[in-house]
Each structure stands twice: as C-alpha cells, then as structure tokens.
Design a protein around this ligand. Structure first.
Ligand code: FAD
Length: 535
C-alpha cells in the first residue's frame, strides 16, 4: 500500500531559552535537517538561568548526538564537573550538629544479584561498621572533599560524572550552532494563535502583526505556557500535596578558584523552610534558596540566605522566582508539543529539568509524526512524559519525607503531614523490610550510554540508598536472605576493602578539579585562536 501521508515540513518553536534551543538543535539533527525550523522569542521575557546542575546523560544523549565534544562545549558554558550532590543538614540543623551525606553517580556492584548496599545495611544495623554509606560503597567519594577531578590530566575518565553550567550560556551556544546550520531565529512577542476547525494550530501571531505558519508547534515558552496554558488551558497535575516549596531566590557569587579550588559537586543545604543550592561554575557560583511561602516570608528567606553566605553575599543582587511543582495532564495536544518549563517543573533538588528537556526530545523523535498526526503517537509520548515526571516527583518527595529534621514547622509538616504518594509508599515499605528497591537493568559501565533503559529505570537501588541510608532512614531488618548467605557477606567485605584501597589510590592519582578545568579552558582558548573563532 502507498503511504498517502505527507511529512511535516515546518516547525515553529516558541521560546529561546534552554528548552527552545535544545529542541531546535536536537530535532534538526535527528531529522537530518530535512524540516524548516524557526525559533521565535520575545525580547520582553528573559529566559531562566540560575547556574544549573545536570545528570551524566546530557553528554551521551544530547551533545554527542549533535557531534559536539565535551572539550568544546564545557569551557563555553563556564562548565564544571559534578560527581554528585552533597546534602548538608538534612538530618539535623547546623546549630544541632549538622552532618552531611552524598548522592553519588554510578551503580554499586551486585554480588550474586544482591546489591552491596544490602551488605552495608546489615553491617550497619549490626554495629559492624560506622563508615557512612557513600564513603563505603564508592571510591569516588574521596574526590568530593578533596575537590578532585573525575578525569586525569591526559583526559582519561576515571569516575562517572555530570556537569554544572550556566543555562543562559547553553542557550546562547546552541543558538549560534543552530543559526550557523540554517535554523531561523525571530524576535517577536507572540500574542495569539489561530486554529483550524479541529483545534489544530495553524499559525501563531506576533506583536509585529506577522503570522508564523507551521505543521507542528513546540511550546518552549517557559512558565507562561503560551499554547499549553493560554490556548489549550490543559489541566495541571499539581504536586503541592507532597512538594511544599514554591519560591526561589537566586544569587550569583564571585569565586576565587585559584585560591579556593572548585568543588566537584552540587551542595544542597537544608535551612528553616527549604534548602540552598550551591553550584560551582568555572569562575563564579550560582546559588539560591528554594523555600515554601507557607512557612516563611520573602524577606525572612532573603535574610536567612544572606546569613548563610555571610559577607560574600553583601551587596549582591538577588532575583525572586515563583514556581509550582506540577505537570500538565498531557504535554502534547493536537499539533502542539510542550517541552521544558512549559510542560512540567519539579522543585530543583535533583536537578531534573534539563534532563526532562532532552528526554522529552528523545521520546518526541521516537514518536515523530507525519502531518496527519496519528493519536497513538501522541498518547505514547504523553504516557512516557507523565511516567518520567511522576517517577522523579516520588524520588524528590522522598528526600523531604525521610529527612530527620523536626526543628521547624516546614520540616515537621514534611515528615508528618504531607502526602506520601502511593507509589513512594510502596518503595518505602519495601525498603523498611530490608528488600532492595529497584535493581539496575544495566551494569555500572553501561548505565549512562544506554539511554532507553536509563529512562525506564531512572532512579535505582543505588540512588535510593544514597539518600535513605545517608539521611539515616534505615530498614527495620537487614535483607533476610543475607542471614543465610555468609558467602555474600564475606564477598561484600572484600569489595569494601577494595573500594577503600581504590579511594586511596585515586586521592594520589587525580588532579584537582581546578587544575583539570584550567587546562581545558586554556586549550580551548588556544584552539579558538588557531582557528580564528573567538570562544
Ligand atoms: C529555581 C530554579 C532552579 C533550577 N535549577 C535547575 C537545575 O539545577 N538543573 C536543571 O536541569 N534545571 C534547573 N532549572 C530549570 C532550568 O533553569 C530550565 O529548565 C531551563 O532553563 C529551561 O527553561 P525553558 O527554556 O523551558 O524556559 P525559559 O528559560 O523561561 O524560556 C522561555 C522562553 O520563552 C520565551 N517566551 C515566553 N513567552 C513568549 C511569547 N509570548 N512570545 C515569544 N516568546 C515567548 C521567552 O522569551 C524565553 O525565551 C531550575 C529552574 C528554577 C526556576
């Protein structure tokens, strides 16, 4: 039978923030540049950029797909490496003794299908170890406190890592890449959209009076949701019953990396009504307080944030951002697909939004339609996006639910009153019984390059236990099978010793994070001088 369908010929992308330019470049490349793409952005609304942290697959699933090597994009985005997240004061407030734990990238090993985490839990519950979870199970934890690089000076990768960068610089970098490859760019504030008799958008109309026609529209207009909210009024699924934070104050701080080094991790420090992020970039840091307006005022939050940073924050500008943790019931309606903040947002504790952008693009390409859109493609896409956001929502809600602090109303309400989603409740009950939570489906070596399986099984036993064991929310009993399997316990002890040995080796072997990045920045500079392209 002949295919009577015609291909999509034109796409209009609304929004020139991170989502808009990631969408333009990823779609163009994935469709072999066969579709005309126009990105329209308003000069009125600046995009959001607060110093962003990401996860490792941004390299494998996004930049590698565009064919841009890490050595090129990292220096242009003020990028640094991220070995994981340091959670400070989630057990106790600083004035009560603080304490911290790490959420580390990578998978911990299995012994005859039993994760090493279960061996650690049994040893810990029986008083046989006092060494913290991450320090016991990951040699890379040594790189956290010593501000070490995950790569050797010759570029050899020694540890799993992700990245920190400036999202505004990412948008600018991708914009240049896109325009050089024929993607169109228009500055115009869109005011309305026109639809056909089936509700499909035929064109969007700018303040200039110009109409922009396309077959497919990608709504990357951020929290304003130009098509998804304003035109389609798609219902919201709010997560405010389990995620209480709804405000952020962002502050950039100057840093002196030559003197102080550069941390190779994000810091998330719990305060009275939320938590503070600290994201190290190459020559400054992006920071801010994510808090709940039910439990503090904007002024009190600003004062608390200034106190947290001390003199460094004097006279530095602060920017307030209101948000809601939510997704839409559907992200793709008719011929409009929303991506980025327009589609969903979760409070940024596990740095998931930019991942949501390229994971949505990955799913969109898999379901990419022809002009007459088959609803099955839309439904499949929407199902995947809802699964992705809800799964991440559970993981983030768990951090607040299991935190041990009870010193303010915010922490008490989190612990005793917020809703535990049923899916999370199941996980926590499993954990309490000593059972491992979610087994990884790929091994440590292949976890990040195999995007399909990572998407389906994003947070695994390793991630859950970094948080649960880190914060002190432990099972009631060890994994029962281990009471019969001395061989697994013995193999676990050998692994712990090997990890400790490797950590000591790495401490001597790895350059500092600053040393490595400085070399990367200098060689990028030399390269651009040689080619005449200014970075
Ligand atoms: C407090 C906070 C912390 C965050 N931390 C992280 C993190 O650590 N890690 C992470 O991955 N993500 C993080 N994010 C999210 C990240 O900053 C955004 O996901 C990312 O920048 C994408 O934003 P966007 O492009 O969807 O929207 P925006 O950046 O808001 O861009 C929207 C674009 O749409 C355009 N636009 C809007 N309306 C119109 C119109 N009518 N006509 C024409 N153009 C229009 C605007 O001009 C703009 O170009 C955080 C977000 C917040 C709020």
């Amino acid at each position: 039978m002949q295919n009577t369908q015609t291909n999509i010929k034109e796409i209009v992308i609304i929004g020139g923030g991170t989502a808009g330019w990631m969408a333009a470049t990823y779609i163009a490349q994935s469709l072999n540049f066969k579709v005309k793409i126009t990105v329209i952005e308003s000069a009125d609304h600046g995009p959001i950029g607060v110093g962003e942290a990401t996860i490792p697959t941004i390299k494998t699933e996004f930049f590698d797909r565009l064919g841009i090597p890490e050595e090129e994009w990292m220096p242009k985005l003020g990028g640094t490496y991220k070995l994981g997240i340091k959670y400070a004061n989630w057990r106790k407030a600083a004035e009560n003794g603080g304490e911290h734990y790490y959420h580390v990238f990578g998978e911990i090993p299995l012994i005859d299908e039993v994760p090493l985490s279960s061996v650690w839990i049994k040893n810990y519950l029986e008083g046989k170890t006092k060494k913290p979870f991450a320090e016991s199970c990951f040699s890379s934890s040594v790189a956290f406190e010593n501000y070490l690089s995950p790569r050797l000076m010759d570029g050899t990768k020694v540890q799993h890592y992700a990245y920190h960068f400036d999202a505004l610089m990412l948008a600018k970098f991708l914009k240049e890449w896109a325009i050089a490859r024929g993607i169109h760019h228009v500055v115009d504030k869109l005011t309305t959209a026109e639809q056909d008799e089936h509700g499909q958008v035929t064109c969007v109309v700018g303040e200039s009076g110009k109409k922009y026609h396309a077959d497919l529209f990608i709504d990357c207009s951020g929290f304003s949701g130009f098509l998804i909210d304003k035109l389609y009024q798609e219902p919201i699924v709010s997560f405010s019953d389990c995620l209480l934070t709804d405000r952020a104050i962002a502050i950039n701080l100057p840093e002196n990396p030559e003197r102080d080094g550069i941390r190779s991790y994000t810091t998330a420090t719990a305060l009275k009504a939320g938590w503070v992020w600290e994201i190290p970039l190459y020559s400054r840091s992006g920071n801010g307080y994510v808090y709940s307006s039910q439990f503090t005022t904007d002024q009190a939050a600003q004062d608390e944030l200034r106190k947290h940073f001390g003199k460094r924050a004097d006279h530095m500008d602060m920017r307030s951002i209101k948000f809601q943790s939510r997704r839409h019931q559907r992200s793709w309606i008719k011929n409009c697909v929303s991506i980025g903040l327009a589609s969903s947002f979760l409070e940024p504790l596990e740095s998931s939004t930019i991942y949501f952008i390229y994971a949505s693009l990955y799913q969109l390409i898999k379901c990419f339609p022809q002009k007459n859109i088959d609803p099955v493609l839309r439904d499949k896409f929407n199902h995947k996006i809802n699964f992705m956001v809800d799964d991440n929502k559970d993981f983030i809600a768990m951090h607040f639910k299991t935190a041990q602090r009870e010193d303010t109303d915010f922490w008490k309400v989190n612990k005793y009153e917020t809703k535990t989603p049923d899916s999370l409740d199941l996980i926590l009950r499993k954990h309490k019984s000593g059972l491992p939570i979610k087994r990884p489906t790929v091994d440590n070596q292949n976890i990040y390059p195999t995007f399909k399986s990572l998407f389906q099984n994003f947070w695994t036993e390793t991630n859950y236990q970094c948080i649960l064991c880190g914060v002190g929310y432990l099972p009631n009993n060890p994994y029962p099978i281990l009471n019969y399997r001395d061989d697994i316990m013995a193999a676990g002890d050998v692994l712990f010793k090997n990890i400790e040995k490797r950590a000591n080796e790495l401490k001597k072997l790895l350059p500092t994070h600053y040393q490595y990045l400085k070399q990367q920045v200098e060689s990028a500079k030399k390269e651009s001088e040689a080619t005449g392209i200014v970075a």
